[in-house]
Design a protein around this ligand. Sequence first.
Ligand code: C2E
Ligand code: MG
Ligand code: MG
Length: 336
Amino acid sequence: MSSEAGQQFSFDGEMLKAGLCIGLATSTQLSEQMAVSPELLSRVTDFALYASKSRGRNEFTVYNRDLEKQFLERRAMINELPQAIDNGELVVHLQPKVDLSEGTVYGLEALVRWNRNGHITPPANFVLIAEESGSIVDIDRFVLNKETDYIAVWNKDHDSDYSVSVNLSALHFSSRRIIDWTRDALHRSGLPPHLLTLEITETLELRNWDIARPIIDELHALGCKIAIDDFGAGFSSLAYLRTTKADELKIDRSLVEEIEHSEDARLLLSSVFDIAHNLNLIVTVEGIETEAQSIILQDMGAPHGQGYLFGKPRPPDEALNAASVFSGRITQSGAA
Ligand code: C2E
Ligand code: MG
Ligand code: MG
């Protein structure tokens, strides 16, 4: 069999694609630090190879000490993550979602953090690792249970009707367990289903439509809302929009960053609003950081927004106390 990396070839009636990842280390790189045995060379080459694999296919990496540190840190996290929930190390922060025309907070997004050895570790540092090791499934279930309980109690005690949005990894959409877990969370907390939104990000793993779609449909049938997260970043495709029964489209902040200065950026955003409108999706614009962006978005008719301008993710009590006094603070011309 001969095939260059990335080229397709036929094998036993199927089209296959060969991929190649290379890790490289040389004894001269190591000799100053330690005695170099073939075993040691092979071990450090693995660190380089692993770094290549984690960046995707057809990658080439040369060993350096940082790669080894990253690898060991990853391995420590993979080992520690399963206990992090039981040890009470996961904390959930809430970020307000704002009705731009009314100037009120109507809901909050739950965002997990890991209090690891006394340091708050952001999800960027561990969510991908938790996805690779599978721990994310338990993390998401923990966040779902904790925040449906929390918001249901808050709404009851304060006579409010805040909604809560929970992020779900694509890993949930290969098994029906998430349907039972969501039903249980709604039942136990008593949160009305329409006040729960499940945020899904399109990734390659989600592309097994035949399995994922019925699960998303059943979640929808429970009465909760489905949001497509980070639209405009990564793998977003129009086919996914059309085939996924969703209620909300969350526009990634990369589409918002330039709107103050670029007519093209405003045009692109406006086209996305049109698509969402035609597909009956409510739009939430993520990553609003400045008053100027908020004003432009209100002028463009964006209904909902989220971003540091209105509030960063904070511990639940702080976020909800701030949310209750927030109403009226933003005006037609932006946040006061
Ligand atoms: P996301 O779901 O798109 O959440 C929005 C992220 O953007 C949050 O980052 C939030 O803090 C940040 N953000 C919000 N407004 C602004 C802004 O105005 N400017 C900037 N620069 N950033 C803003 P965070 O909390 O670090 O979370 C990052 C990602 O990690 C989330 O993106 C989500 O994909 C993932 N994640 C967080 N919590 C969970 C979880 O419980 N389960 C799963 N599966 N993923 C989670
Ligand atoms: Mg989200
Ligand atoms: Mg997002």
